[in-house]
Design a protein around this ligand. Structure first.
Ligand code: PHE
Length: 450
């Protein structure tokens, strides 16, 4: 992010814009959340729905967010205001801000676990040797009050990046680290093919079983598609407000969605063969990846080194995502509430800290404190991903499809006539009819009305 233009930063290059946006999309959502959601929702049925939703709903909504962001050059709240002059739309911005703070809360807990695992594997205390090791390890590390400390450590790192203007540093770091993470994931994928449960694991994930497609699978897959692409809360809108005028929005959306899917698939190929090889249950939920990974590292030579490197990279991938989700509330507090950037950052970090502490205790002292049968952690995750993000996405697609001036939308997709965008009318059709109707039907279906 570089030149200043009317006091707003702009990405200097197209590559910088895409790399940072991919940095937001690729994170724990792909490597931690995707396998756990797929595991809970029947594997292949979830995978199929996820891929369909990613391209049918995710890519169009991503295009819509890009269009709104760049056309308004504003935060999510301001974008609706600037482009419509009607107050009602702005409420969507508020939903996005609330969702971003909820996600930041539980996400920081999981990122804290990665930091804890990284340090523990560095000091070679990760217990790689026993069958129950993964589970016990996780229980040991996460059930007391210490996860709060790790959540705080993570939030401090996030805070430093946001306030010290080291965005350039994190951009540079992620430009190097993300490709390494990519290579490491490929290496672990190859390793998966040597495991005894390989066939079973891959079948679980890829052999279509249409009978398993239930309402909860549809809702979960839709939520995951939105979560994974950082959609529905204005994150991509905020980033697009920093895009320069020559970035091709349609191409950027497809590139980001494809890379995002690839990382999720890698993660599935790594986790499920190991799950079946070691006789674990794919339905373990949010703890799945952290219980399975130690087994994988265990059967690799110098497992502790692999583990340290992997968790370090995952930690950095988490930071590039949380920086983007923090940016939503910070730009809102700065631009709409006229706070200084420092104050705004303190406020959003503080909210995340309170929410994060409750989430961090959800696996230990607050395990039995449930609302509608869900712990605070699961509640934040469920409400934000499965409800707020799709609602935000639905409103955004209605806004761009029906409300925004067609000429302005077209200008954004053709870079004011400089490039062609052949799919423009298809995109408008999908935004007007397909996205809103599909999201609405999935909601009806999940509450049992359909
Ligand atoms: N897409 C990120 C991931 O998959 C999570 C995220 C959600 C980031 C919402 C920003 C906003 O890890």
């Amino acid at each position: 992010m570089c030149k200043e233009n009317n006091n707003r930063a702009i990405f200097a290059t197209k590559f910088g814009a895409i790399a940072t946006t991919v940095g937001s999309a690729v994170g724990l959502g792909n490597i931690w959340r995707f396998p756990y959601e797929a595991g809970v929702h029947g594997g292949s049925a979830f995978m199929l729905c996820y891929i369909i939703f990613l391209f049918l709903l995710g890519v169009p909504v991503l295009c819509a967010e890009f269009c709104m962001g760049r056309a308004s050059r504003s935060n999510v709240f301001g974008a609706y205001g600037k482009l419509s002059n009607e107050k009602g739309w702005k409420i969507t911005g508020l939903i996005g801000i609330l969702a971003s703070l909820m996600i930041l809360s539980f996400y920081s807990v999981v990122a804290g676990w990665t930091a804890e695992y990284c340090l523990t594997s560095l000091t070679e205390q990760l217990d790689f040797h026993d069958r129950m090791a993964g589970h016990n390890q996780f229980v040991n590390l996460t059930t007391g009050y210490q996860p709060i400390i790790w959540t705080v450590i993570f939030l401090i790192c996030n805070f430093i990046i946001l306030t010290r203007g080291v965005t350039k540093g994190i951009e540079r770091a992620s430009n190097i680290m993300m490709p390494i993470l990519f290579v490491l994931l490929i290496a672990f994928c190859i390793n998966s093919f040597t495991l005894s449960g390989c066939k079973e694991g891959l079948e679980f994930l890829f052999k279509p079983d249409f009978r398993k497609i239930e309402p909860s699978v549809l809702l979960g897959a839709m939520g995951q598609a939105f979560f994974s692409l950082s959609l529905g809360l204005g994150c991509m809108m905020t980033y697009a407000s920093y895009f320069n005028q020559s970035t091709k929005l349609g191409n950027a959306a497809i590139t980001i969605a494809s890379l995002d899917l690839l990382v999720a698939i890698f993660s599935g190929i790594i986790i499920f063969p190991a799950v079946f090889s070691f006789g674990l249950s794919p339905e373990a939920g949010p703890t799945l990846v952290f219980e399975v990974l130690p087994f994988i590292f265990n059967q690799l030579p110098t497992g502790a080194v692999w583990a340290t490197l992997f968790f370090l990279l995952l930690f950095i991938a988490s930071l590039t995502s949380t920086v983007s989700m923090s940016e939503i509330s910070i730009t809102y507090f700065c631009e709409e509430k006229k706070m200084s950037r420092n104050k705004a950052t303190i406020l959003s970090s503080f909210i995340a800290l309170v929410g994060g502490s409750l989430c961090a205790l959800s696996f230990g002292p607050l395990r039995d404190f449930t609302i509608c049968g869900l712990t605070v952690f699961n509640l934040f995750d469920y409400i934000s991903s499965n409800i707020f993000l799709p609602i935000g996405g639905m409103i955004c697609s209605i806004f761009v499809g029906w409300k925004m001036k067609k000429s302005l939308v077209k200008n954004e997709f053709t870079n004011y006539g400089q490039t062609k965008f052949h799919l423009f009318y298809l995109l408008i059709f999908v935004l007007r009819y397909v996205c809103p109707v599909a999201i609405f039907l999935i909601f009806l279906n999940s509450v049992g009305i359909l």
